[in-house]
Write a protein that binds this ligand. Structure first.
Ligand code: B1M
Length: 214
């Protein structure tokens, strides 16, 4: 099989056997580590999503796929560009209440951390109350919310309302498969006093975070 198909295959099959040598090979063939993640590894994850939706995979198998994705990202992280900490600001990162998906959030963490942001990761299933407390404790410049479930999109609306009621108006960056730019503009942003911007992927998240800080 060609390398790209083998890499996607490790994710789909949930196996790490042969993964590292192929990631090393990919580092020589792809322009940078992120293009390996965004290309073949994400293609594998998309396939997992389709099979899962089709009841051809069970949760335990999807978890194994997630493990392989996490292992790949953590291996590739050491080869990513690291800019000196240029004090771009502090961002609180969280997967919203009710949602455990954290691979995308963790990728955003890596990309922002490697590009001069101080990231405080609150983890998964983060309630608005926890977020509000963290805003008070940490005084961040940006709040980053991730969510993949359809109900997480709704949860972001509630979270924005709760933050608004807590008199918070610092910029919010949102991302995740269940969201869209339109949903963000029409449903989340009207509930909030500060800017609310939608990022389609981690790199978009970085460029938006940079814009929000200038
Ligand atoms: Co779940 N899951 N899952 N799952 N899972 C999805 C999301 C689903 C689309 C699969 C499907 O049915 N086709 C579906 C959602 C349906 C819906 O609501 N529309 C689904 C479901 C139904 C569920 C459960 C309910 C299943 C069950 O229990 N019956 C359950 C929910 C549990 C819960 O949250 N309460 C569940 C559980 C799981 C696992 C635990 C098994 C596992 C997660 C493991 C983990 O994250 N630690 C899992 C996985 C792996 C997936 C799929 C297959 C892959 C998600 C992923 O990691 N993608 C997913 C299907 C799919 O997306 N193809 C699916 C790779 C990741 C890098 O992409 O997170 O989208 P993503 O991040 C992207 C962008 O979205 C963006 O940047 C990243 C790329 O650069 N981004 C941001 C994300 N957050 C951002 C934040 C930003 C900026 C950009 O700024 C702050």
């Amino acid at each position: 099989l060609p390398l790209a198909e083998r890499l996607a295959g490790y994710i789909v099959d949930g196996t790490k056997e042969g993964l590292l040598p192929d990631l090393e090979l990919a580092l020589k063939q792809y322009p940078d580590p992120l293009s390996i993640i965004n290309g073949p590894l994400m293609a594998g994850m998309a396939e997992v999503g389709v099979l899962f939706n089709d009841n051809q995979l069970i949760v335990a198998e999807v978890l194994q796929s997630a493990e392989v994705m996490k292992a790949s990202v953590s291996y590739l992280e050491q080869f990513m560009d690291q800019k000196e900490d240029s004090g771009k600001g502090k961002i609180l990162l969280a997967t919203v209440k009710g949602d455990v998906h954290d691979i995308g959030k963790n990728l955003v963490d890596i990309i922002l951390s490697n590009n001069g942001f101080k990231v405080i990761d609150l983890g998964i299933k983060v309630t608005p109350q926890t977020l509000i407390q963290a805003v008070k404790d940490e005084n961040p410049d940006i709040i980053g919310l991730s969510g993949l479930l359809v109900k997480s999109a709704q949860q972001m609306v509630i979270t924005a309302q709760d933050l608004h009621e807590a008199k918070c108006d610092i910029p919010i960056l949102v991302g995740g498969a269940a969201l869209s730019r339109k949903f963000t503009r029409t449903k989340i942003a009207p509930q909030y006093n500060g800017p609310v911007v939608y990022a389609k992927d981690a790199m978009d998240g970085l460029s938006l975070a940079n814009q929000l800080r200038t």
